[in-house]
Design a protein around this ligand. Structure first.
Ligand code: GLN
Length: 493
């Protein structure tokens, strides 16, 4: 199997290496070749670390040849979103203001992937500071969707999604604050997993909204996502918000879930996830998928979760407020790009920020600063926090009745590049179904569940109670086995 390709999936690639049919060196060359061939157009990578990746692959092959043990992701080519630090490489988070910044250390997740012998091929493109739904605001230019190059790959982890969907790498890390792993996964026909808040360390993730940010995998199947979470998740002394809960055996959960199937699983379907006016391509695609899961034995339970309908309004106050605090550190002095020819330090801060941040980031900083300002804080920020509590309680309550909650990941299929550029609100509404799990800190996953009549991928979202990734992955693996397999662009035909 010298023809093994990065898009083949982790189990296949591990077995092929163990059997001698391929090698880490071969896989990294295949990945670099695919990037060279296709990424000029897709723009999914902002930086390719070819030499370091080749060295990593050679080390894996050497260890294998000497009969030494190798890690659980040995020789697997991966992409890393460019808001995660990888030592020695620039980390720019899609922003001009971080021009010239080189990561002095590895983020915890990158260090854990290295320790698992994964081959880190490069850094992937994203919306500036992970704020967006189309990966169109990056200083490196927009990402294109491999399914249709005229369309967005989703955001903000659009580079990670496009790279995996096109088979340039086997899987990639993204970050999800309000949907940025799940939505691009849905737009690119992939599995995207946002873990429970606290499940994965945020140490070395360039912060957007610290009470929401979580790192998660984008992969071509549920099992691959589980294998990656198994490596990156778990307690971390470097991040006080990384929870002490030990990580269960997630691969075993997938296998048990697939074997057990859907009978006995109660699947809650909130009315609010099928609002009037929902794009019929999504309503039909997800509706048919839910019918298929029902026929396979799941019990569908209709839920009424009125507070979730206010998720967007709460999120677009809380996330910008936290961003305004987090991004205050970018002042042209400590990191990155500094404005030239200024008279004094106040002008230095002002000009560096005005030149360094793009319009969407500036919009968020203004919104967040306003929401926190004296006199408005009670009216906006504190009410948003109350709404967040209501949503969390409503979801907790719902999980007394059902095992998992299901619905669409996105309100529409991938839109055209530029289509929503002039309408920030329309972009914000892209997150209406992903935000409730973010605000409640719950694990959630997007699973491909078919295509629209014009052949664009549709995502089914599943939510589970906090720290129940096992249940989420078991249910997702069972559901995956009943749904039409997504077309693979980069893997075998
Ligand atoms: N699209 C959402 C936003 O723009 C979510 C981004 C994210 O999850 N990083 O804030």
């Amino acid at each position: 199997m010298a023809s093994a390709r990065p898009g083949d999936g982790i189990a296949t690639l591990l077995a092929a290496q163990e059997g001698g049919a391929t090698s880490a060196a071969h896989l990294v060359e295949a990945s670099l070749h695919a990037i060279a061939q296709h990424d000029g157009e897709l723009n999914s990578f902002v930086r390719v670390a070819a030499d370091a990746a080749r060295e990593q692959a050679a080390r894996v092959d050497r260890r294998r040849a000497q009969g030494e043990p190798v890690g659980p992701l040995a020789g697997i080519p991966l992409g890393i979103k460019d808001n995660l630090l990888q030592q020695g490489l620039p980390a720019q988070a899609g922003s001009r203001i971080l021009e010239g910044f080189v990561a002095p250390v590895d983020s915890t997740v990158v260090a854990r992937l290295r320790a698992a012998d994964a081959v880190l091929v490069g850094k992937t493109n994203l919306d500036e500071f992970a704020m967006g739904s189309g990966s169109e605001t990056s200083v490196h230019g927009p990402v294109r969707n491999p399914w249709d190059h005229r369309r967005v790959a989703g955001g903000s982890s659009g580079g990670s999604a496009a790279a995996v969907a096109a088979g340039l790498v086997t899987a990639a890390l993204g970050s999800d604050t309000g949907g940025s792993v799940r939505q691009p996964a849905a737009f690119c026909g992939l599995v995207g997993l946002k873990p429970t808040y606290g499940r994965v360390s945020r140490s070395g993730l360039i912060a957007f909204a610290s009470s929401l940010d979580q790192v998660g995998p984008l992969a071509s199947c549920v099992e691959d996502a589980a294998r990656i979470l198994q490596v990156i998740g778990g307690p971390d002394p470097a991040d006080a918000t990384a929870a002490p809960e030990p990580l269960p055996d997630l691969l075993a959960a997938c296998r048990q879930g697939r074997a057990a199937g859907l009978p006995g699983i109660r699947l809650g379907v909130p009315r609010q996830f099928f609002p009037p006016g929902l794009d019929p391509r999504i309503a039909d695609g997800v509706g048919q998928a839910l019918d298929a899961l029902g026929r396979a034995g799941a019990t569908l339970v209709e839920l009424d979760l009125p507070a979730t309908a206010h998720g967007d309004a709460a999120y677009y106050l809380i996330a910008p407020a936290e961003a305004a605090a987090n991004l205050a550190r970018f002042d042209g002095v400590r990191y990155g790009r500094r404005a030239a020819g200024v008279a004094d330090v106040a002008e230095l801060y002002g000009r560096s920020r005005a030149e360094g941040f793009g319009p969407e980031v500036i919009r968020r900083l203004l919104l967040g600063t306003f929401a926190l300002s004296a006199g408005y804080q009670e009216r906006y920020y504190l009410r948003a926090l109350q709404t967040r509590t209501l949503i969390r309680e409503e979801l907790q309550q719902a999980f007394r009745q059902v095992d998992l909650i299901a619905g669409p990941t996105t309100p529409g299929p991938p839109y055209l590049l530029g289509e929503l550029a002039a309408d920030p609100l329309a972009q914000y509404l892209q997150d209406c179904f992903t935000i409730p799990a973010s605000l409640a800190g719950l694990p959630a996953l997007s699973l491909p569940c078919g295509v629209t009549p014009e052949g664009l991928p549709v995502g089914l979202q599943l939510l589970a109670p906090a720290f129940q990734e096992q249940r989420l992955l078991a249910g997702a693996a069972a559901a995956e086995a009943c749904l039409p397999p997504p077309r693979r662009l980069g893997g075998p035909a």
